[in-house]
Design a protein around this ligand. Structure first.
Ligand code: ATP
Ligand code: PAF
Ligand code: BAL
Length: 370
């Protein structure tokens, strides 16, 4: 069976063998032909990778946790512009979730993910802008990704881990202490499995981009890190796989995150550079909306906790008292949207009926002035 065929191939024949160990979180169904191959293990994927090198082709790699949306597709489009082949990984990595985090409720939407990727490949096929296409999906099992020990989500758990400190301890790392150890570890493994010429990450997860760039630099890894702008809804809300849990009430109030960042960025655009001015504008907007919500009845309001609003150096993520005009800054924030206290009949409460707390993050880059 040839695994290096680039054309459309039958999902129900060849791929079914590859998917023999499909896990519950990725229930595959025999369906339409796919224009890419699906790999569950590393050796076959490497075989395809070697073929790409032999043919003087280039590889762009897009790591994801599935539940694909336009933000993910934007990364893939960018990868297809710059490479002949694009590999996309879909793996909900357990080691980046702490013991009390949302690993079990993280959305898993294999069939619709495959449909979106097929459709995107059709678009890439006909597009004049891009040269490349998705040629492989890597959807490994945890046994493949963590062959020696079952993965640990404990902060002092055993395992072979990549740690990037102090970056990993800041911002998201305060609330999610094992998060970036898990991200760096799984990305190291994914990069080792795919040997990509270029890797693509979204600006939405800004700290992740800084940590991956640092990892690639410090471990002398032979790949280029590309960052793709944040894809947003029309009103500004950053697309995120977790948004499906919000429902309309929390989604509307969740937009405060974006509005707070906009207020801070406007202060910077107006010529302010100090922490007090920039963060003051962002914080007062977030506080004002929350105060308004608190006056409403429990069946009408959506409450949140602001985990942080940060003004930090773009590379070190050290907090700044004042933006250096030569370096600019990252203005970032995380909100924890609380579960709805009371719901109304017929209300759109999102997946999980409004009971799932949702962590939202977003950021703006304040560009250098000089
Ligand atoms: N709105 C977005 N715009 C651009 N890139 C995005 C966006 N959302 C996610 N990405 C990027 O897609 C890649 C995979 O992210 P992931 O699968 O975790 O999705 P996600 O939407 O970030 O999920 P969640 O926000 O629930 O963690 C990451 O590089 C991430 O930064
Ligand atoms: C990079 C990543 C796929 C690693 O699991 C994840 O952190 C994500 O989806 O942003
Ligand atoms: N998008 C980053 C993955 C996570 O929050 O777990």
């Amino acid at each position: 069976m040839s695994r290096i065929m680039r054309g459309v191939r039958s999902f129900s024949t060849a791929a079914s063998a590859l998917l023999a160990d499909a896990s519950a979180d990725a229930t595959r169904s025999a369906r339409q032909p796919l224009a890419f191959q699906i790999f569950r293990d590393v050796p076959e994927l490497r075989q395809l990778r070697r073929q790409i090198i032999r043919n003087d082709r280039t590889l762009g790699f897009v790591p994801t946790m599935g539940a694909l949306h336009e933000g993910h597709l934007a990364l893939i489009r960018e990868a297809a512009k710059e490479n002949t082949d694009v590999f996309v990984s879909i793996y909900v990595n357990p080691t980046q979730f702490g013991v009390n985090e949302d690993l079990s409720s993280y959305p898993r939407t294999w069939d619709s993910d495959m449909a979106k990727l097929e459709k995107l490949n059709e678009e890439l096929e006909t597009s004049s802008a891009g040269t490349g296409r998705i040629t492989a999906i890597f959807a490994p099992t945890s046994k493949v990704m963590y062959p020696t020990l079952p993965p640990s989500s404990e902060i002092d758990g055993h395992g072979s881990f990549v740690t990037i400190t102090p970056l990993a301890r800041k911002l998201e790392g305060v609330s999610r202490p094992v998060f970036f150890r898990g991200v760096a570890t799984v990305c190291m493994k994914l990069f080792n499995a795919t040997s990509p010429d270029r890797v693509y990450f979204g600006q939405k997860d800004v700290q992740q981009t800084v940590i991956i760039k640092r990892m690639v630099k410090d471990f002398l890894m032979d790949t280029e890190v590309r960052i793709v702008p944040t894809a947003r809804e029309c009103d500004g809300l950053a697309l995120s796989s977790r948004n499906v849990y919000l429902g309309s009430r929390r989604r509307n109030i969740g937009l405060t995150l974006y509005k707070a960042l906009t207020a801070g960025a406007n202060a910077y655009q107006a010529g302010k550079s100090s922490r007090d001015d920039i963060l003051g504008a962002a914080r007062s907007l977030a506080e004002c909306v929350l105060a308004e919500q608190c006056t409403l009845a429990p069946n009408l309001r959506a409450l949140y906790e602001v985990d942080y609003i940060s003004l930090a150096d773009p590379e070190s993520l050290e907090e700044l008292d004042c933006v250096d005009p030569k370096r600019g800054a990252v203005l970032s924030t995380a909100f924890k949207m609380a579960p709805l206290e009371e719901t109304n009949p017929g209300e759109d409460c999102g997946l999980g009926d409004g009971k799932v707390p949702v962590r939202l993050i977003d950021n703006f880059i304040l560009q250098p002035r000089e």
